[in-house]
Write a protein that binds this ligand. Sequence first.
Ligand code: AMP
Ligand code: ZN
Length: 135
Amino acid sequence: MEDCIFCKIAKGDIPCEKIYEDEEILAFLDIAPVNIGHTLVIPKKHFKNIYETPDDTSAKMMLVAKKISTAIKALPSDGVNITMNNDPAAGQVVFHSHIHIIPRLENDGFGIWSSKRSYEEGEGEETARKITQGL
Ligand code: AMP
Ligand code: ZN
Protein backbone atom coordinates (compact mmCIF):
# COMPACT_ATOMS: atom_id res chain seq x y z
CA MET A 1 0.00 0.00 0.00
CA GLU A 2 1.28 3.44 -0.92
CA ASP A 3 2.22 5.70 1.95
CA CYS A 4 2.47 2.82 4.43
CA ILE A 5 5.83 2.92 6.20
CA PHE A 6 5.83 -0.83 6.95
CA CYS A 7 5.02 -1.68 3.30
CA LYS A 8 8.03 0.43 2.35
CA ILE A 9 10.19 -1.45 4.87
CA ALA A 10 8.86 -4.79 3.55
CA LYS A 11 9.78 -3.74 -0.01
CA GLY A 12 13.25 -2.59 1.09
CA ASP A 13 12.54 1.05 0.17
CA ILE A 14 13.15 2.11 3.78
CA PRO A 15 15.98 0.45 5.72
CA CYS A 16 15.45 -1.59 8.87
CA GLU A 17 17.53 -3.62 11.30
CA LYS A 18 16.30 -7.01 10.12
CA ILE A 19 15.84 -9.82 12.64
CA TYR A 20 13.92 -12.42 10.61
CA GLU A 21 12.53 -12.86 7.12
CA ASP A 22 10.69 -15.53 5.18
CA GLU A 23 8.34 -15.38 2.17
CA GLU A 24 5.46 -13.97 4.15
CA ILE A 25 6.81 -12.47 7.37
CA LEU A 26 9.42 -9.85 8.28
CA ALA A 27 10.71 -8.87 11.73
CA PHE A 28 12.88 -5.86 12.51
CA LEU A 29 13.93 -3.69 15.44
CA ASP A 30 11.50 -0.98 16.50
CA ILE A 31 13.12 2.38 15.79
CA ALA A 32 12.03 3.74 19.19
CA PRO A 33 12.36 0.76 21.54
CA VAL A 34 10.76 0.52 24.96
CA ASN A 35 13.82 -1.58 25.83
CA ILE A 36 16.81 -2.62 23.72
CA GLY A 37 15.76 -5.46 21.41
CA HIS A 38 12.09 -4.34 21.03
CA THR A 39 11.13 -6.08 17.77
CA LEU A 40 8.17 -5.80 15.39
CA VAL A 41 6.79 -8.77 13.45
CA ILE A 42 4.82 -7.86 10.32
CA PRO A 43 3.22 -9.62 7.37
CA LYS A 44 4.88 -8.47 4.14
CA LYS A 45 1.42 -7.93 2.63
CA HIS A 46 -0.58 -4.98 3.87
CA PHE A 47 -3.35 -5.74 6.37
CA LYS A 48 -4.58 -2.98 8.65
CA ASN A 49 -4.75 -4.83 11.96
CA ILE A 50 -5.79 -8.11 13.61
CA TYR A 51 -9.34 -7.89 12.23
CA GLU A 52 -8.14 -7.80 8.62
CA THR A 53 -5.20 -10.18 8.87
CA PRO A 54 -6.00 -13.70 7.57
CA ASP A 55 -5.86 -16.39 10.26
CA ASP A 56 -2.98 -18.30 8.70
CA THR A 57 -0.91 -15.12 8.48
CA SER A 58 -1.69 -14.25 12.12
CA ALA A 59 -0.64 -17.76 13.13
CA LYS A 60 2.66 -17.40 11.27
CA MET A 61 3.27 -14.01 12.90
CA MET A 62 2.81 -15.56 16.33
CA LEU A 63 5.14 -18.48 15.55
CA VAL A 64 7.82 -16.00 14.50
CA ALA A 65 7.14 -13.95 17.65
CA LYS A 66 7.74 -17.05 19.75
CA LYS A 67 10.98 -17.86 17.92
CA ILE A 68 12.26 -14.32 18.43
CA SER A 69 11.14 -14.22 22.08
CA THR A 70 13.30 -17.26 22.72
CA ALA A 71 16.30 -15.81 20.85
CA ILE A 72 15.93 -12.50 22.74
CA LYS A 73 17.11 -14.31 25.87
CA ALA A 74 20.61 -13.67 24.44
CA LEU A 75 20.08 -10.02 25.45
CA PRO A 76 19.86 -8.71 28.97
CA SER A 77 16.16 -9.49 29.58
CA ASP A 78 14.14 -10.90 32.47
CA GLY A 79 10.92 -11.47 30.50
CA VAL A 80 9.05 -10.49 27.37
CA ASN A 81 5.70 -8.88 26.50
CA ILE A 82 4.05 -9.82 23.22
CA THR A 83 1.49 -7.17 22.35
CA MET A 84 -0.52 -5.93 19.40
CA ASN A 85 -2.20 -2.54 19.24
CA ASN A 86 -5.38 -2.54 17.17
CA ASP A 87 -7.11 0.76 16.38
CA PRO A 88 -6.17 4.19 17.73
CA ALA A 89 -7.84 3.73 21.13
CA ALA A 90 -5.48 0.82 21.72
CA GLY A 91 -2.46 2.87 20.67
CA GLN A 92 -2.15 1.78 17.04
CA VAL A 93 -0.20 4.43 15.15
CA VAL A 94 1.05 2.48 12.13
CA PHE A 95 -1.92 0.91 10.34
CA HIS A 96 -0.10 -2.14 9.02
CA SER A 97 -0.65 -5.19 11.21
CA HIS A 98 2.26 -5.84 13.62
CA ILE A 99 3.14 -7.66 16.81
CA HIS A 100 5.46 -6.03 19.34
CA ILE A 101 7.98 -8.19 21.17
CA ILE A 102 9.20 -6.16 24.11
CA PRO A 103 12.06 -7.48 26.23
CA ARG A 104 11.46 -6.62 29.88
CA LEU A 105 13.88 -5.93 32.67
CA GLU A 106 13.10 -6.17 36.38
CA ASN A 107 11.98 -2.70 37.54
CA ASP A 108 12.16 -1.12 34.07
CA GLY A 109 9.08 0.91 34.97
CA PHE A 110 7.16 0.09 31.78
CA GLY A 111 3.60 -0.12 33.13
CA ILE A 112 1.51 -1.97 30.59
CA TRP A 113 -1.45 -2.49 32.96
CA SER A 114 -1.33 0.71 34.94
CA SER A 115 -5.11 0.99 35.45
CA LYS A 116 -6.66 -2.37 36.38
CA ARG A 117 -10.19 -2.38 37.79
CA SER A 118 -12.69 -4.90 39.14
CA TYR A 119 -16.16 -6.13 38.06
CA GLU A 120 -19.40 -5.11 39.75
CA GLU A 121 -21.79 -7.86 40.86
CA GLY A 122 -22.93 -9.78 37.71
CA GLU A 123 -20.88 -7.61 35.37
CA GLY A 124 -18.28 -10.32 34.66
CA GLU A 125 -21.02 -12.83 33.77
CA GLU A 126 -22.77 -10.32 31.47
CA THR A 127 -19.46 -9.38 29.83
CA ALA A 128 -18.52 -13.01 29.18
CA ARG A 129 -22.01 -13.59 27.68
CA LYS A 130 -21.61 -10.65 25.27
CA ILE A 131 -18.17 -11.80 24.12
CA THR A 132 -19.08 -15.45 23.69
CA GLN A 133 -22.14 -14.50 21.62
CA GLY A 134 -19.80 -12.99 19.05
CA LEU A 135 -17.51 -15.99 18.71
P1 AMP B 1 1.91 0.99 17.10
O1 AMP B 1 1.75 2.08 18.12
O2 AMP B 1 1.54 -0.37 17.64
O3 AMP B 1 1.25 1.31 15.79
O4 AMP B 1 3.47 0.87 16.87
C1 AMP B 1 4.16 1.37 15.78
C2 AMP B 1 5.63 1.19 16.09
O5 AMP B 1 6.36 1.37 14.90
C3 AMP B 1 6.19 2.19 17.12
O6 AMP B 1 6.69 1.48 18.25
C4 AMP B 1 7.29 2.91 16.34
O7 AMP B 1 8.41 3.19 17.14
C5 AMP B 1 7.61 1.92 15.24
N1 AMP B 1 8.16 2.49 14.02
C6 AMP B 1 7.68 3.55 13.32
N2 AMP B 1 8.45 3.78 12.24
C7 AMP B 1 9.42 2.84 12.25
C8 AMP B 1 10.52 2.53 11.39
N3 AMP B 1 10.79 3.25 10.29
N4 AMP B 1 11.32 1.49 11.72
C9 AMP B 1 11.08 0.75 12.82
N5 AMP B 1 10.05 0.99 13.66
C10 AMP B 1 9.22 2.01 13.39
ZN1 ZN C 1 1.42 -1.52 4.79
